[in-house]
Design a protein around this ligand. Structure first.
Ligand SMILES: C[S@@+](CC[C@H](N)C(=O)[O-])C[C@H]1O[C@@H](n2cnc3c(N)ncnc32)[C@H](O)[C@@H]1O
Length: 452
């Protein structure tokens, strides 16, 4: 081709403009392909950031403009049109991606997510973990998830494309790649789970079949313990720090170390009465004196906003929780580690707790100790450096469990024993039976996604 034709074509084909601001007619494109830029909103000048945010609803929080590029591309698609981006996949799991997840879940379809974290996909080294994501302007159908290693190559990519064209096939393996077809994608703007394709398929199946752990119908609640706003003032080992009825035995992470609840003697100096009202300091001179020794309490934001209620903990204490048996879960562990607190203690903020009016807590403990529960945790919880998982009540609630009534006496006994013995393998075998998971799928559970 002559230079002149090339220049001509470039002039007619290529438009040089700001993709987030240039007028492009909506719904005219069959395909949008891209390798979008990564620029944090914080690094844009204020006017540009404000204009982008005002134009694209997904550009919220402290995000990155690639999110806007995806929204802009989706808006260009004809019905049935597709966007294929090689792009960081962080938006699928973090806070700033929630708007885009919500939009995609509501109006578009996820067709492919090929994670390429270890693939040398670019000429120059890039720090963002990329994935190839194909989204379509149509109703959600099945979705292909693929996980690749550094060996992933052009020929394995071609084989994967060919395989994914046949809707009847569910599993695919080739050099450097494993893929799975999920019957549908995940709903809503909650973070989308992560894991090996087979693991995701299992999580999706159990999500479709079973109810959530946190469920008013089974009277089961997942929540987090009390945030005080100042542990040095409110938490003490001195049982006489305040009047006896103000001293509430407190369950803390140190009590869970052995796997059996072993109270280390901490109390909460509790400023709330049984009805959830803040007590009057005049009625409790010893407590008043104790708090007076912590003048920093009055400096807290919550205290300055309510000068007459400066002695309050950030969260209220719900008196009826104390006596209930609880499963306590510690944050920032590599594995889910439920411990039974038989009643009498109030959970501190760094513990999550499960209470239930229908579950035998030891049977539930067995289920939560199993690798099935672990698979949910790994799929939804953010993994920190060193392999620990950052739990969040929102995602603990998502663990699926069979109905308590569906568990036979024999199975309940095995779950109870496995829980008492802290035997994860036995708990997993019994839990798999309770969920009706095919023993052939055990390796999906045992090959942990977490490297400790
Ligand atoms: C990751 S590079 C990809 C370049 C090319 N598509 C490729 O695959 O080699 C992202 C490109 O987007 C361009 N870019 C950044 N902000 C843009 C904007 N607001 N509108 C259009 N392009 C933009 C950058 O200059 C950069 O060339």
């Amino acid at each position: 081709m002559s230079d002149r034709s090339a220049a001509n074509l470039a002039r007619t084909w290529v438009r040089h403009a700001d993709f987030l601001l240039d007028q492009v007619e909506d719904r005219t494109a069959d395909v949008a392909i891209g390798n979008p830029p990564y620029i944090r909103y914080d690094d844009l000048d204020d006017d540009t950031a404000a204009t982008y945010r005002a134009t694209w609803s997904s550009m919220k929080g402290r995000g990155d403009i690639y999110v806007g590029f995806i929204e802009r591309s989706l808006a260009m698609l004809k019905p049935g049109g597709r966007v294929g981006f090689i792009c960081a996949d962080r938006w699928m799991r973090n806070q700033y991606g929630a708007g885009l997840r919500g939009l995609v879940a509501e109006r578009y379809a996820v067709e492919h997510v090929w994670t390429m974290h270890d693939v040398d996909a670019f000429e120059s080294e890039v720090s963002a973990y990329p994935a190839i994501t194909v989204l379509a302007n149509r109703r959600q159908g099945s979705a292909v998830v693929a996980d690749t290693t550094a060996e992933f190559s052009k020929s394995s990519a071609s084989a994967l494309v060919k395989w994914s064209g046949d809707e009847s096939l569910t599993d695919f393996t080739d050099v450097g790649v494993q893929a799975h077809r999920l019957p549908h994608w995940f709903a809503g703007d909650d973070l989308w789970p992560t894991g090996s394709p087979a693991r995701l398929a299992l999580v999706e199946l159990l999500t479709d079949r079973f109810g959530s752990l946190h469920d008013p119908e089974t009277g089961t609640k997942v929540s987090i313990g009390v945030a005080t706003g100042n542990d040095r003032a409110y938490v003490t080992k001195n049982p006489k720090a305040a009047e006896a009825d103000r001293m509430l035995p407190l369950a803390m992470r140190r009590d869970l170390m052995s796997g059996t609840f072993d109270w280390q003697g901490n109390y909460l100096v509790n400023p709330w009465d049984v009805d959830g009202n803040l007590v009057d300091l005049a009625d409790y001179p010893r407590m008043a004196e104790h708090f007076a020794g912590h003048p920093e309490l009055k400096q807290r934001f919550v205290a300055r906003n309510n000068p007459n209620r400066w002695h309050r903990t950030i969260d209220k204490v719900h008196a009826d929780l104390t006596a209930q048996p609880k499963l306590l879960l510690q944050d920032m562990k590599a594995h889910i580690h439920p411990v039974l607190e038989p009643g009498g203690f109030y959970p501190h903020h760094n513990l999550y707790y499960v209470v239930s009016t229908t579950w035998d807590m030891e049977v539930l403990g067995g289920l939560l100790l199993s690798r099935v529960a672990q698979a949910f945790i790994e799929a939804y919880c953010v993994r920190m450096r060193g392999g620990t998982l950052r739990f969040q009540a929102q995602y603990l609630k998502k663990i699926r469990v069979p109905g308590p009534e569906s568990i036979s006496d024999d199975l309940a006994g095995r779950l109870r024993t496995a829980f008492a013995d802290r035997d994860v393998d036995a708990a997993t075998v019994a839990a798999a039976e309770a969920y009706g998971i095919d023993p052939a799928a055990y390796d999906v559970l045992t090959s942990s996604d977490t490297e400790e």
